[in-house]
Design a protein around this ligand. Structure first.
Ligand SMILES: Nc1nc2c(c(=O)[nH]1)N[C@H]1C(S)=C(S)[C@@H](COP(=O)(O)O)O[C@H]1N2
Ligand SMILES: [Mo]
Length: 319
């Protein structure tokens, strides 16, 4: 690993106080070598290819919930990923042979820095952190998932969006040969998602590259997917190959396919029902058939961190 001299360190690489404190915590835990102390960004982690592989140098996050995580089995066998079938068990069955390498990510639009980067180079400047988040699907089921990811705010800062950039748009790989679900027009392929810049730079938002300390399983969105814990699960676009800084609100797949059911915002909201079902309660996967439904929380319980983003916005109209 190359150790950078202070003069080589750009201001964009200088670690925030938050990250610094987190790093201190795991330095104390003795999980990284002394040499890595020289520069925060030199810690750059490289995610191993395919299979189940342990991720290096994973820090802890103050944003993790203390709730018990779902089992690795729940998280990797009950999925939504229409590129690999529309059934909940399909992605586990049919994504097994999907090899998320080689993989490149294109960053374009209104930013000072743009280009196409190999996956490993793309994530290298950023710190890996475990984020144990409650996840709430629009179909009223939920899980607690110990993601490993990088802060999307750090990524946005790195590419230096211009003042024209108001949104960040994301696209999934479009490769019907490898993703058989794309051979049928069940969605407007490739899967597309988007966030406002304020949502993208909220400290809760991450690009996840793993789960349970290991590299991301194909069915969960390998090698890299979005996680926005206060929004319904469909905002968490998987298999990302493009990140664009846009001036206009980008079109998003589920809104294109059913605009009266799925909006751009998709904030978890127990008071605004889906036209075909209530959003007031949810079923925690793994709780067993007779487990009582649990009340859904506004912003999935993350209101303290994100409610301010929607001051003055009518959340009934902007669902
Ligand atoms: N590209 C892509 N991303 C996607 C989907 C999809 O079909 N295609 N499904 C979404 C939905 S509806 C949910 S609930 C989450 C599920 O993530 P998980 O299977 O890792 O729990 O992924 C989201 N990301
Ligand atoms: Mo979902």
């Amino acid at each position: 690993m190359l150790i950078k001299k202070p003069a080589d360190i750009r201001p964009s690489e200088i670690t925030s106080k938050e990250n610094y404190l987190n790093r201190r915590q795991f330095i104390r835990a003795g999980s990284i070598a002394g040499a890595a102390l020289v520069s925060g960004s030199a810690i750059g982690a490289v995610v191993p290819e395919g299979g189940r592989a342990k991720l290096p140098d994973v820090g802890k996050s103050e944003f993790s919930t203390a709730e018990a995580p779902n089992s690795y089995e729940d998280i990797t066998t009950y999925n939504n990923y229409y590129e690999f079938g529309t059934g909940k068990e399909d992605p586990h069955k049919y994504a097994q042979d999907f090899e998320p390498r080689p993989w490149s990510i294109t960053v374009d639009g209104h930013a000072e820095k743009t280009g196409t980067f190999d996956f490993d180079d793309f994530i290298k400047p950023f710190d890996l952190e475990e984020r144990i988040y409650r996840m709430r699907c629009v179909e009223a089921w939920s899980m607690v998932i110990p993601w490993v990811g990088i802060s999307l705010a750090d990524v946005v800062k790195h590419y230096q969006p211009t003042s024209k950039a108001k949104y960040v748009a994301f696209e999934t790989l479009h490769d019907p040969k490898r993703m058989f679900g794309q051979r049928r027009p069940v969605l407007d392929w490739p899967y597309k998602e988007g966030l406002t810049i304020a949502e993208a730079t909220n400290p809760l938002t991450i690009l996840a590259v793993g789960v349970y300390g290991e590299s991301m399983p194909a069915q969960n969105g390998a090698p890299i997917r979005l996680v926005v814990p206060w929004k319904y699960g469909f905002k968490g676009i998987k298999g990302i190959v493009r990140i664009s800084f846009t001036e206009k609100q980008p079109p998003v797949s589920w809104n294109i396919s059913a605009p009266h059911e799925y909006g751009f915002y998709a904030n978890v909201n127990p008071e605004v029902d889906h036209p075909r079902w209530s959003q007031a309660t949810e079923r925690r996967i793994g709780g067993g058939l007779f487990a009582p439904r649990i009340p859904t929380q506004m912003f999935n319980g993350y209101g303290e961190q994100v409610a301010h983003l929607y001051d003055g916005l009518d959340l009934r109209k902007n669902y």
